[in-house]
Design a binder for this molecule. Structure first.
Ligand code: PLP
Length: 462
């Protein structure tokens, strides 16, 4: 493909992408295919001779679309949202065009420098304490990772290094998270070869200081070495919030690293009225949220801040000659802040999107999602056959038909089987419930009415 053809097909690709997003409503939200469907539609080895690009574009509808779950469909209510927006897509085109690998300042100065400023912008808009900013005296700073899982794993590695010292028996080290912490926390412990203790939650599904302290004391009596706590702000199952202040005080008492996982709910802190959930954040050593979940930024863009960037950068420093450069004593080299070496120019997504929309638009987006969830929660409570599992939290409604778990499982299977809506479940304390997350920017109140009508229809047929 030459540049002329690139221009031509590039324009067509943008048209295709705009049409796709404009007409999403006409598609079924969930694909109707079985595992292995795609293998039947394309050859089993790569073409030896070139094919017209035209044919490839045509095959997108034939091969790819039948197997796509449409995450931005107005009736997609599963998991948590993942963002996308036009300026952000354009930023990715630029990132792909430049194709730089910004592992060090020298490998592409703009890539590192924009990221530093964008992480400060983000920290300020969500109200993080000063000490996380790159300009702070305490030496804080932020970096973009690919996912919250990577952020937890990496900060846990740093905590293990700093809190454990060099001659500690790693296998005796233990990290803590609520029983409702995301599975990536336990997985980080497995990958890091440390132990994991999950801590009880209270009646609000919140991990509390006294329960954490009790778990720590028990582990110390067993000869284990506590080193790190992961507190969750916005749990995946039901968007509950751990008590950061109490947890932070316990961490200080036992000299433990406190990492905060706010993967989904962190975006909401752009609205001041939600920030009470962050009370105690000044006690955290590291904080993470995914702008790619709820802030109109598409995957991948997971923001991580750390109080002490020197400790972080030195924790796993390996400095071969071929990666060194003459400015490294004055510049940030993000390769020391992450697991992979290579990194994309992801901060362009934040820069383009924040400038195109402005902070007010992000606040409006978050508030609209919360209001819509509130609206749906009211539909649920106004019907005698349904109940909320717990009060709606942020843009998530956890609800169930009054009845057995099996009835609710069947209800969800039937709903998803229609392919008109897509929801995912969760289960806490042996109670199975359905989760409806406001995900798409195209969802309307009418969509929510229709979704609830569909739920009632299938409930009657149970
Ligand atoms: N933490 C929480 C609270 C989450 O809800 C999720 C995913 O939804 C994750 C971590 C994992 O996110 P990622 O896919 O960015 O690793």
């Amino acid at each position: 493909m030459n540049s002329e053809q690139y221009r031509e097909f590039g324009k067509r690709m943008i048209d295709y992408s705009a049409n796709y997003l404009d007409t999403l409503r006409s598609r079924e939200v969930y694909p109707n295919v079985k595992p292995g469907y795609l293998k039947e539609l394309i050859p089993d080895s790569a073409p030896v001779d070139p094919e017209p690009f035209e044919n490839i574009l045509e095959d997108v509808e034939r091969v790819i679309m039948p197997g796509v779950t449409h995450w931005h469909h107005p009736n997609f209510y599963a998991y948590f949202p993942t963002g996308n927006s036009y300026p952000c897509i354009l930023a990715d085109i630029l990132s792909d065009t430049l194709g730089v690998i910004g592992f060090s300042w020298a490998s592409s100065p703009a890539c590192t420098e924009l990221e530093i400023v964008m992480m400060d912008w983000l920290a300020k808009v969500i109200g993080l304490p000063e000490h996380f900013l790159s300009s702070s005296d305490s030496g804080g700073g932020g970096v973009i990772h690919s996912t919250a899982s990577e952020a937890t794993l990496f900060t846990m590695f740093v905590a293990r290094d700093i809190k454990g010292g060099s001659d500690t028996n790693v296998r005796k080290m233990v990290a803590y998270g609520s029983k409702l912490a995301h599975s990536s926390v336990e997985r980080a412990c497995l990958l890091g070869a440390v132990q994991y203790t999950s801590v009880a939650y209270d009646h609000n599904y919140s991990m509390r200081g006294h329960d954490l302290e009790e778990s720590i004391q028990k582990d110390i009596e067993k000869g284990l070495i506590p080193f790190c706590v992961v507190a969750t702000l916005g749990t995946t199952s039901c968007c509950s919030f751990d008590n950061l202040k109490e947890i932070g005080e316990v961490c200080q008492k036992f000299d433990l690293w406190l990492h905060v996982d706010a993967a989904y709910a962190g975006s909401a802190f752009i609205c001041e009225e939600t920030r009470h959930h962050m009370s105690g954040i000044e006690l955290a050593d590291s904080f993470n949220f995914n702008p790619h979940k709820w802030l109109l930024i598409q995957f991948d863009c997971s923001a991580v801040w750390i109080k002490d960037k020197i400790k972080l950068a030195n924790a796993f420093r390996v400095d071969p000659l071929y990666l060194q450069h003459e400015n490294q004593s004055q510049a940030v080299d993000f390769r020391h802040w992450q697991i992979p070496l290579g990194r994309r120019f992801r901060s362009l997504k934040l820069w383009f999107t924040f400038r195109t929309f402005g902070v007010n638009a992000f606040q409006k987006h978050i508030r609209t999602s919360i209001q819509m969830a509130d609206y749906f929660a009211n539909l649920v409570t106004s019907n005698d056959n349904f109940e909320l599992f717990r009060p709606q939290s942020m843009g998530l409604v956890c609800f169930r038909a009054k009845g057995s778990n099996d009835q609710n499982k069947e209800l969800l299977a039937r709903l998803n089987g229609t392919r008109e809506v897509h929801l995912t479940p969760s289960e806490i304390d042996e109670t199975y419930f359905l989760r409806l997350a406001i995900c798409s920017t195209q969802t309307t109140y009418k969509d929510l009415d229709k979704a609830f009508e569909l739920i009632l229809k299938h409930f009657k047929d149970l």
